[in-house]
Write a protein that binds this ligand. Structure first.
Ligand SMILES: Nc1ncnc2c1ncn2[C@@H]1O[C@H](COP(=O)(O)OP(=O)(O)OP(=O)(O)O)[C@@H](O)[C@H]1O
Ligand SMILES: [Mg+2]
Length: 502
């Protein structure tokens, strides 16, 4: 009989190189039955790499693994799934063009064979069961996956992972894609698995979340294991120090109380979209950081999209006050000095097969003009290189494809692209999502610098400390409407803010 505390997976002397990049450097790690093990470390430290090797997504360069006491070298993720190791990946792990049911049982269709055909009916029924098993009733397994939003697709992926009753599963930076309900659902599944003597590896940049949900934590830095702590020894300052290799000051938000100008730069009037927003009025001022908060489904993400011309508007309008330009498409927004960082990074903010350079340079065709109509290759290179340097994007150079970057480093590319554009108005939807604390601090500083240069920023976020730390003014939304408005100068009261959210 397997018991709580038994070693389930052992990773020994594991190395992984990507060309000249050393992603894992002689990593040793143990995962025990009955535990939720947190894995934490800066962007590019190797968290996704080590877990994806355990889960059969890619092979190691060298080293050994053991699973249930036997040598473990899965050739594919399907092999790992069938042996009881599942993973909810950091990126999108479902295929949009096939049905929910087909995603849930991807590679596993044989079990629905009836004579010469695969029974769709059976597969759909089984998929419905898999969804219901984790408490999801409102996703139709017969529908095409791409018709669901980012969060729902993550839930489909969770159902897929849980459908196989894994002995161990990895949750890679998933909670930032989920609303409160989705998070709670996932936490319950994690806890239940640990209680059943299974194991969970949980990856997150949210230290509080890690300390709250995990029984032990392992810290990675630059592909090296720095150490592990059991729950009794959890100490945020110690963990941060292990992650970064030096002490970092507690508070990294802006400390000034500088206000903003009276001039309104962007205005939404009576804004009503096909989904979420009801007669919304909002004004953004020059030099203002306007925070927008609320529960994930409150409509704030739709608001961000609508301000950038990305939503179908039923009535009302978004206008640039100086020129009177109406923002109806993202092209118009971009041409008039606006920028937008989407919460849905991979689908909406990056050209995945493009290089880092191509992605950053996409905002710079005006700035990088050389003679006549030609683009200066030299300027373009500098344009991108500057961002790579100032944001410390971990890469081999601007010619590396974005798809080869770690999640947080991809996010830095998106942020850098808009920094480079020197946009006057920035709509930032969860800009620090998946970004480690060191880079977060740098991003906050850059946002504050932009403010002080007279730029205007809408900061949409699910993290209250970030909103309170950065905003001049803070609007809380509930059910598509404003439920409260607060000013920095009055001091933000967490309880009042939360009251407005729920
Ligand atoms: N396919 C790839 N090709 C080249 N380099 C890669 C590839 N995948 C990962 N890397 C590199 O390996 C290192 C570790 O990346 P990994 O994705 O494991 O980081 P991470 O700890 O998950 O970071 P994050 O918190 O940003 O998700 C990074 O330097 C990354 O750029
Ligand atoms: Mg990662």
């Amino acid at each position: 009989m397997s018991e709580k505390g038994d070693v389930l997976v052992t990773v020994k002397d594991l190395c992984k190189n990507f060309g000249v990049t050393v992603a894992l450097n002689h990593v040793d790690m143990e995962i025990h039955r009955g535990e939720i093990r947190g894995l934490i470390g800066e962007n590019g430290s190797g968290k996704s790499t080590v877990t994806s090797i355990i889960a059969g997504i890619q092979p190691a360069t060298s080293g050994e693994m053991f699973y249930k006491g036997k040598p473990w070298h899965p050739a594919t993720s399907l092999e790992a799934t069938q042996a009881g190791i599942g993973i909810i990946v950091q990126e999108m792990g479902t295929i949009p063009s096939i049905t929910v049911a087909e995603n849930i049982f991807l590679g596993n269709y044989e079990k629905f064979r009836v004579g010469p055909i695969i029974s769709k009916r059976k597969m759909i029924a089984a998929a419905r069961e898999a969804l219901e098993k984790i408490g999801i009733m409102d996703i139709d397994p017969a529908r095409v996956t791409g018709s669901y939003n980012m969060e729902q697709r993550k839930l489909i992926e969770i159902a897929k992972t849980m459908a196989n009753d894994p002995e161990m599963f990895v949750v890679d930076e998933t909670t930032t894609a989920l609303s409160e309900n989705g998070r709670e659902l996932l936490y319950r599944l994690m806890r239940r698995a640990a209680d059943d003597n299974k194991a969970v590896v949980f990856i997150s940049h949210d230290l509080d979340e890690i300390m709250d949900k995990c029984d032990a934590v392992t810290v990675l830095r630059d592909g090296n294991i720095i150490g592990s702590l059991d729950k009794e020894a959890f100490d945020p300052d110690l963990i941060k120090k292990m992650m970064i290799g030096r002490e970092i000051q507690g508070d990294y938000y802006r400390s000034d109380m500088d206000g903003y100008e009276n001039q309104v730069v962007l205005k939404a009037e009576n804004l009503t979209t096909m989904r979420d927003l009801l007669c919304f009025d909002i004004e953004l001022h020059k030099g203002e950081i306007l925070g927008i908060g609320g529960l994930s489904e409150c409509g704030m993400h739709t608001l961000g999209r609508a301000l950038y011309g990305l939503e179908d508007i039923v009535s009302g309008q978004v206008t640039l006050q100086q020129s009177g330009t109406r923002i109806t498409t993202p092209e118009i927004a971009f041409q008039h000095g606006m920028g937008y960082v989407s919460k849905n990074r991979d689908q909406e903010s990056l050209v995945m097969n493009g290089t880092i350079g191509v992605n950053i340079q996409s905002t710079g065709y005006k700035a990088n003009r050389g003679l006549g109509i030609f683009i200066s290759a030299k300027k373009e290179k500098q344009y991108a290189q500057l961002q790579v340097d100032s944001l410390a994007i971990k890469c081999n150079g601007i010619f590396q494809p974005v798809s080869a970057l770690s999640g947080g480093n991809k996010q830095k590319v998106v942020f850098g692209k808009w920094l480079a554009a020197d946009a006057d108005i920035l709509i930032l939807d969860c800009p620090t999502r998946g970004v480690d604390i060191g880079v977060k601090a740098a991003m906050y500083q850059l946002i504050n610098e932009m403010k002080h240069k007279g730029k205007s920023i809408v900061l949409i976020s699910e993290e209250l400390p970030e909103l309170c730390g950065m905003s001049d003014r803070l609007i809380i939304m509930r059910n598509g409407e404003i439920s409260g408005e607060f000013l920095r100068q009055d001091g933000y009261d967490n309880n009042k803010l939360i009251d407005c959210m729920i």
